[in-house]
Design a protein around this ligand. Sequence first.
Ligand code: PGA
Length: 257
Amino acid sequence: MRRKIIAGNWKMNKNAADAAALAQELAVQIRTNPHPKVDTVIAPAFPFLASCTQAISGVPGLHVAAQNCHWEKEGAFTGEVSVDMIASTGATHVIIGHSERRILFGENDEMIFNKLKAVLAAGLIPILCVGETLEQRRNHQQAIVVAEQLEKTICKLNYKQEEKIIIAYEPVWAIGTGMTASPEQAQEMHAVIRNTVSLKFGHAHSETQSILYGGSCNPSNAASLFACADVDGALIGGASLKSNDFIAIRNAMLNTL
Ligand code: PGA
């Protein structure tokens, strides 16, 4: 069975005290209700990776992710953070290729591929985001766009590298808009992703690939999304900033198991 993953992307929210407090609250709740098939991931801003890692230390299945990284090991890259720096905080996952990075900060598939390789080389787990814009969906290009994003990144890796990666389908039009993809839309695109992985790496391998949905996932719509055959969890922005909402989404996943 594929691993189920509930990941919270805190984006540029919370200060040092609030980030540590939220991590502590989640640690308490998850410690009392762990599940061997479910991983929970929180992605605070860079300055709080170490304190959040400390706050969740020893809680089974709870992990810390960075929201981004640079692909070079070290050097004159003002303002950037390397994967070794991230690993040294105790964080274990890195979100790569989020649409906000692609659109607001000009990241292209080549940069995202370099980041993927760096994250894997550091022994960390990438959460690779893919997804189409509203215009691309209106032009019925969503399957082509997402397959191409995968072909330029994970499909260039080998089997051993690819099996470590978590993929998140995040339609850009659904992120932070309240316009959640319908379960049918999510399932259709998750199947496209699984099929792309299957064509490159084989059917058996694709069946082990965890694919998360992201884009206005909340406690009210999580259960219907998680009921889809190819949806293995969620990458959650807004609703991950409050422990009750995030835990409610995690509980929706636990109820499917
Ligand atoms: P959202 O963000 O849940 O606030 O829509 C999701 C994401 O950007 O990962």
